[in-house]
Design a binder for this molecule. Structure first.
Ligand code: CA
Length: 234
C-alpha cells in the first residue's frame, strides 16, 4: 500500500496462484493498489472490510463460487466487477452478466487487454456512467470516445499516444477544475513513477500541439503556475 493516490484499488479473486500473481503484478506496475484473495469467502470479507474500486472475479473458486460472491456483493455494492471465465464456460458468463457483472474476459487473456478493460470500467464508474453507455466526454471542441479510444478535435480525428490519451482524459474529465501535477503524474504514470517531472511538461506540450488551435498560446489546456493544469472550454 502507498500513501500516494493511485489509479484505483482492485481486488483480484483468483485461486490459480500463478495467474493471480501475474495479474497482480501487471496491475501494480500500472499504478493500481492491488489485493489478491484465492477463496470466495475471503473475497466477501475483503469487500466488506475495504470496498475496492473494482473487482476481478474468477468464477471457479474454492469456498464459495464466483457467482455466489457476485450475487452477495451486488446486494450492497455497485463497483465494476469483471469476471474471469474459462473458454468453455459460456453459461457461467451469461449468468454472471445477469447477476450484475459489468464485463468478462476469457482465459487465457492478454494483460494488455485486461488492463485496458480495467481502466475503461474505472473511468466509467468515476464519471457515473453505466456499462451500456458509450462513454464520450467533450469540451472546447475536443471529443473523447473512451471505449473506442478515439479523439476528435474540432471534428477531425487525431491520433494520440496512450499517455497523451490518459493525460487528456485526466484533464477533460475534470473540465474547468485545477488538476495538480501530482494527480496527473499518479494517474497517468502510476504512483511509483520515479522519472523526471519534466516528462509531464513534455507530454502537455505534445498534447497541446494536437488539440490547440495555437499551441504556443494555449486556450484549452492552460497552466496554473506552480500547481498544475486546467482544461477550459464548454
Ligand atoms: Ca479458479
Amino acid at each position: 500500500m502507498t500513501t500516494t493516490s493511485s489509479g484505483g484499488s482492485i481486488l483480484i479473486v483468483e485461486d490459480e496462484v500463478a495467474l493471480a500473481e501475474s495479474v497482480h503484478f501487471a496491475l501494480e506496475v500500472e499504478g493500481f493498489d492491488v489485493a489478491t484473495v484465492g477463496d470466495g469467502r475471503d473475497a466477501l470479507t475483503a469487500v466488506r472490510a475495504t470496498p475496492p474500486d473494482l473487482v476481478l472475479l474468477d468464477l471457479m473458486l474454492p469456498g464459495l463460487s464466483g457467482l455466489d460472491v457476485l450475487r452477495t456483493v451486488r446486494k450492497d455494492h455497485r463497483m465494476p466487477v469483471i469476471i474471469l471465465t474459462a473458454k468453455d464456460a459460456e453459461a457461467d458468463k451469461v449468468l454472471g452478466l445477469e447477476l450484475g457483472a459489468d464485463d468478462y474476459v476469457t482465459k487465457p487473456f492478454s494483460m494488455r487487454e485486461l488492463v485496458a478493460r480495467v481502466r475503461s470500467h474505472l473511468r466509467r464508474s468515476r464519471l457515473g456512467g453505466t456499462p451500456d453507455d458509450s462513454l464520450v466526454i467533450a469540451g472546447g471542441g475536443v471529443e473523447m470516445d473512451i471505449d473506442r479510444h478515439e479523439v476528435r478535435v474540432r471534428g477531425t480525428e487525431v491520433a494520440l499516444r496512450p499517455k497523451e490519451f490518459d493525460l487528456l482524459f485526466a484533464l477533460l474529465a475534470r473540465k474547468g477544475k485545477l488538476v495538480t501535477r501530482d494527480t496527473l503524474i499518479s494517474e497517468v504514470w502510476g504512483y511509483d513513477y520515479m522519472g523526471d517531472t519534466k516528462t509531464l511538461d513534455v507530454h502537455i506540450k505534445r498534447l497541446r500541439q494536437k488539440v490547440e488551435s495555437e499551441p504556443a498560446s494555449p486556450e484549452l489546456i492552460v497552466t496554473v503556475r506552480g500547481l498544475g493544469y486546467r482544461f477550459l472550454g464548454e
